[in-house]
Design a protein around this ligand. Structure first.
Ligand SMILES: Nc1nc2c(c(=O)[nH]1)N[C@H]1C(S)=C(S)[C@@H](COP(=O)(O)O)O[C@H]1N2
Ligand SMILES: [Mo]
Length: 331
């Protein structure tokens, strides 16, 4: 215990105004520290025991959709296009917020194939256009709250992920959905750097993946998805911290057990599997009680602090999925 605490202190870096996940970009350093303290490597393993299954929903899909609709838009001021596309987290293109926008446009997005497999009756390998064929992209204005303490309001274009997933006929063993980003060092210079354990991976419980708010996004501000925002296709899960919204997806797998995810894999004490936005569960190194909007004005990047809301303000739509789940334990 005392040994692991000293390691934690060694890792503790004074939180700047915006605490940077890049604190952990030097994976070698982190692994070195962990090797010196095997107890820490084993501790904080939130996935040691399986979480309780999701409660059976009392709502029909139509009712769930009607309830979700109230979250499809917001009157809040939009974050400017210039800011949405120049202040990014996309480690495949560098760890600095400005890196992804500055990077050369090396990602080949046409053609783009997504492999869908695992626990489903109709696995397949589809070109993006075929993956979303027949589904009309909708505009959804969502808040996106980064775990680092800033947030944006973005008009996305996309299709409900659930509508796409249903086509593959997930079996009763499909309890989770695992997502993987491309990891091609030729197209993504950041992948040559030992930061995240590539490829970037994320996961959702099946009911979260099927929830009508969960968007498979192909654009923003009425335009195709910019490279820095996760071209050509990414998730947007508005009630979870931003890192759950995985970019440039090449694989979707239906799985029976909780999948490994990039940030949880790197630092399980800091980034849980669920990562629902929750002002009452602090990050070990900083509070999550408030956030700063990337502001609407050109002169000031960050607006004043505002309170962070449970489930990022989407509690009316999503709280039912977590009935009976201890949100402190399953953070
Ligand atoms: N593949 C991949 N997806 C990713 C990330 C990443 O580094 N790689 N960063 C995540 C984080 S931490 C955030 S906050 C959002 C940022 O999305 P944005 O740049 O479009 O605002 O993308 C998420 N998706
Ligand atoms: Mo983030």
């Amino acid at each position: 215990m005392s040994q692991s605490r000293s390691i934690r202190d060694a890792l503790r870096i004074p939180p700047s105004e915006i605490t940077d996940e890049a604190v952990y970009r030097d994976r070698r350093r982190l692994l070195g520290l962990l090797a010196a303290a095997p107890t820490l490597a084993l501790s904080g393993c939130a996935e040691a025991e399986p979480p309780p299954p999701p409660p059976k929903s009392a709502l029909t899909p139509a009712q769930a959709k009607a309830q979700a609709r109230s979250g499809f838009r917001t009157d809040e001021e939009l974050t400017r296009y210039e800011d949405v596309t120049t202040y990014n987290n996309f480690y495949e293109f560098g760890t600095d917020k400005a890196d992804p926008a500055r990077a050369r446009k090396t990602l080949i997005t046409k053609p783009w194939t997504v492999v869908v497999g695992g626990e489903c009756a109709k696995p397949g390998k589809l070109e993006l256009a075929d993956l979303i064929k027949g589904l009309t992209p909708e505009e959804r204005i969502y808040r996106l709250r980064c775990v680092e303490g800033w947030s944006m309001v973005i008009p996305w274009l996309g299709v409900p992920l659930g509508d796409v997933l249903k086509r593959f006929q997930p079996t009763s063993k499909a309890k989770y959905v695992a997502f993987t980003t491309l990891a091609d060092p030729k197209q993504m210079p950041g992948v040559r750097v030992d930061s995240i354990n590539w490829p970037y991976r994320e996961g959702l419980r099946i009911d979260e993946a099927m929830h009508p708010l969960t968007l498979l996004a192909t654009g923003l501000y009425g335009k195709p998805m910019p490279q820095q925002n996760g071209a050509p296709v990414r998730l947007v899960v508005p009630w979870k911290y931003g890192f759950k919204s995985i970019k440039s997806i090449v694989e979707i797998r239906f799985v029976e057990t909780m999948p490994k995810t990039a940030w949880n894999d790197l630092q399980p004490e800091e980034y849980g599997f669920f990562s629902n936005v929750n002002p009452d569960v602090d990050h070990p190194r900083w509070s999550q009680k408030t956030e700063r909007r990337i502001s609407g004005s050109a002169s000031k990047l960050f607006a004043e602090r505002i309170p962070t809301r449970l489930f990022n303000g989407y509690a009316p739509q999503v709280a039912g999925m977590y009935k009976g789940l201890d949100l402190r334990k399953w953070f």
